[in-house]
Structure formats: C-alpha cells, structure tokens
Design a protein around this ligand. Structure first.
Ligand code: ARG
Length: 457
C-alpha cells in the first residue's frame, strides 16, 4: 500500500490502481522530477526548514536514483501511481527516514506542474532548434537553385512564373511565424509553479525566487490556485504544433505532387522514399505522406486536451493527468517530423528542365500580356477581356502565346506592337519587382535576409 493511504481501511482495488496510474507514461518526467526535488531540498536547507546534512543525504539519494533510472535499473511500481511517488518511495528505501522530509512544503499538485513545465521548456528549445534546421535546409535549397523558375499555381492551375527560391521562402516565412509562436509559448511556460502547494500556498518560509533561478525559470507564478490548475502552456504548445504541422503538411503535399511523374519537378532521394511490394517501378513519397497523416493526431491531441480542460472547476482535478500522453505524443511527432523534413529537403533533386517545360503550357504569361496593354493605355478590365479572347484563339489553334504572329495579336487590339514578342518568362519575373515579389532582385534580398535571421537567431 502506498504511503499516502493513511486514512483508508483497505488497499486500492487492482483495477482502480491500474486505471488511475500514470507511471506507464509519466516515468519519462524523471529527470525533471529529480532536478526539481534536488533544488527543493537545497532550498529547504538554505531556509533552515531542514538541516544541511539532511539535504545532502536527500540530494545524494536523488542523484543515485537518477543514475539507476538512466541505466535502466529502476523498478517502476504501478501501485506507487506516478513518477513522483516512485522516486520518493525509492528515496526513502535508499536513505531511510530522512527521505520522508523531501515532500515538506510541497504537494504533488505543484510538483507535477513543475515537472511538466520543465519538460515543456526543454521540448520548446529542441523544437526551436529543429525549426531553424529546417529553415536552413530550405534556404540552402533555394540558394542552390537560385535561377530555377517554375509555374506558380492557384487552384493547382498554372498561374504565373515564379522563382523556385521564392516558393521555398514562402515556407521559411511560415516556419518563422511558428518559431515566434513557440518563443511566446516558452515565455508562458517558464513560470515557476512550485511553492503553490496543493492550491493555497505553503505555510513554510520558502524562497521561491531562489528555486526559480536555480531551475532556469524567468518568473514565479502569482496565484497558487492558477499555478496548480493551469495547463495553458500545454495547449499553447499543442496549438503552435498543430499550425506548424499544417504548414509541414502543405509542404509534404507539394513534395508528393511535384515528385509524381505527371509533374516530375523533383525527385525525392532514395533515403526518403519507399518501393511498392508489388509494382517494381514505384518510388513512393511515404515520408511526406506520413507527415501529412500525422498532422491528424497532432490536431487530435489539441482537441483532446481542450476538451479535458473544458469546464474543470478550480483547482487541480485528476482529469488533468490526461494532459501527458497527448502532449508527449505531440512533442515526439513534431520533432521527428521536423527532423525528417530537414533530411528530405536537404537531399531532394530538383529537375529544373521539367519545371521550365511546364512553363510553356498553360498560357502562363497571359497576365503579362494584359499588363502590356495597360501600359499602352488600355484599362485593366478591358485588357483582361482582350487577352482572354487571345488565349481562347491560341487554344483553338493549338499554339502557345509565343507562337502567335504579330498579325494575329493585332486582330485583338491595335495597341499590340512588335515589342509584345519580347514578353518572356524572364521579363515577367523581372517585372514583379515589388518588395515581397518574385523578381530576382527581390528574391536575392529575401534570401540574404533569411540567412541573416538564421545567423543572428
Ligand atoms: N499523477 C498526477 C498527474 O499526473 C500527479 C498529481 C496527482 N495529484 C493528486 N492530488 N492526485 O496529474
């Protein structure tokens, strides 16, 4: 029977023990739980709440438990419910009665909040690093293919020519916003809950600022009831992760489309593709597809947690133990997705000729022809109508716009002159010379800015 059942006449039922235990999944909080306990014991001694000698014994015991768990030599017990009690019970076994002093001026409610915040803080740092690695891979790919042009699409129909680098930098921007969201989440996460006790604060002269400083927290919580019942930092991580996975799923989808033989814009490296068990010719983009699929579970974890927290009365409720599995899963899924994307993007083969060939189809310079008429004095709406008719004429003749003669152009507007034949993919790109546009001069600046952002992060 665990040592918190003083008031009970009998042990918990085996079914209830199994049902309520979190040790099968919260064991992975052990480095944070032990780090928090070490600082707590140290602070208790500093404040004269326990002796320095006792604190030393407790800290040595905790350090040896950490080593045992690291080495896989720890017997987690389900009847001890969670990581907190598993560690504490083992401490008492190891160091004797003095181990019973560790939980002075603390409750599992502020302890679990502390552990989860420490875990989230470390995960946030890894997430930021993984995001920046993927941003670097995108910038490198853009840099290596600075001159490559492909059709930009709307409705998945060829729209206007764009530089591949410009297209890739669109993802850089999305990831930059993700990075900012995670940075914001870090700020909200690194608030120390310890010292809130069960919910009302504790009756010992503890030093919360000292604990915060030792554990790397930027500030201490201002309300004990909120501190033990707040899981916003988890919801924030899960929200930011959902948005980030949505971005990655869009990139995944483009990699799937671009690598299909119908497009042939890229080839995914063998290391990130799989074969078919029946069709020998196939090279499937499974990594990209799975990342698209995993976006669903990350959204699911967010919905699950929002629903768990909905309408919970203050302060701590056991429902909140449900925060863990979904959160761990989201962190693991996002980190592994970011990592595998960095590898996949770094090794992708770009087929510039196929992108170029795709520009010849789809009347991709039609907007440029309309803009040409506007610059000769036509209104944009009329120019749009004229070029629409011109395109339909070219379609009927099975010609591209470049293959039409000046005489054919002139049938549609007297404003067409010889220089209409100078409209090319290059002139189209160069003309979109506005900040944020695809003109090579603008993209050069955008690339330089992106590289600067990555180096002074
Ligand atoms: N295993 C619990 C959780 O994950 C720890 C806190 C338990 N507190 C309590 N009063 N039962 O939320």
């Amino acid at each position: 029977m665990s040592n918190i059942r003083g008031r009970f006449q009998k042990a918990a039922g085996e079914d209830a023990t199994k049902y309520t235990a979190s040790i099968p999944f919260d064991w992975r909080l052990y480095p944070y739980d032990i780090a928090g306990s070490i600082v707590h014991a140290d602070m208790l001694a500093k404040q004269g709440i326990i002796t320095r000698k006792d604190a030393k014994t407790i800290i040595a015991g905790l350090e040896s438990i950490k080593k045992d768990i690291d080495a896989g030599k720890f017997d987690f017990k389900i009847e001890l419910e969670d990581i907190h009690m598993n560690v504490e019970a083992r401490l008492i076994e190891k160091v004797g009665e003095v181990g019973r002093k560790l939980h002075t001026a603390r409750s599992r409610n502020d302890q679990v909040a502390l552990d989860m915040r420490l875990f989230a803080g470390v995960s946030l740092l890894s997430t930021r690093k993984a995001l920046q690695d993927l941003q670097t891979a995108l910038v490198d790919l853009a840099e290596a293919n600075k001159k490559v042009v492909l059709p930009g699409y709307t409705h998945l129909q060829p729209a206007q020519p764009v530089l591949l680098a410009h297209h890739l930098l669109a993802y850089f921007e999305m990831l930059q916003r993700d990075l900012e969201r995670f940075t914001d989440c870090f700020k909200h996460t690194m608030v120390l809950p310890l010292g809130s006790g069960a919910l009302a604060g504790v009756s010992y002269a503890i030093d919360r600022d000292y604990v915060a400083e030792q554990l790397g927290f930027g500030e201490i919580s201002r309300n004990s009831i909120d501190a033990v019942s707040d899981r916003d930092f988890i919801l924030e991580y899960e929200s930011a992760a959902s948005i980030c996975m949505m971005h990655l799923s869009r990139l995944a989808e483009e990699l799937v489309i671009w690598s299909s033989p119908a497009f042939g814009f890229i080839e995914i490296d063998d290391a990130y593709a799989t074969g078919s068990s029946i069709m020998p010719q196939k090279k499937n983009p499974d990594v990209a597809e799975l990342s698209r699929g995993k976006t669903g579970r990350v959204y699911g974890n967010l919905m699950g947690m929002l629903t768990t927290m909905k309408a919970l009365p203050l302060a701590y409720d056991r429902d909140m133990q449900e925060d863990k599995e979904g959160f761990f899963d989201t962190v693991d899924t996002l980190l592994s997705t970011l990592e595998v994307f960095t590898g996949m993007v770094s090794t992708v083969h770009v087929n510039a000729e196929n992108m170029r060939r795709a520009l010849d189809k789809g009347y991709i310079l039609a907007t440029d022809v309309a803009d040409y008429l506007v610059k000769k004095g036509e209104t944009f709406r009329s120019a749009h109508g004229i070029v629409g008719k011109l395109v339909s004429f070219a379609v009927a003749k099975d010609k591209t716009l470049a293959e039409l003669s000046l005489a054919e152009y002139k049938k549609f507007s007297p404003l067409f002159a010889k220089d209409v034949l100078n409209i090319t993919v290059e002139s189209s790109l160069a003309s979109r010379n506005v900040p944020g546009g695809t003109a090579p001069a603008q993209v050069r600046k955008a690339l330089a800015r992106a590289k600067r952002m990555l180096t002074d992060k």
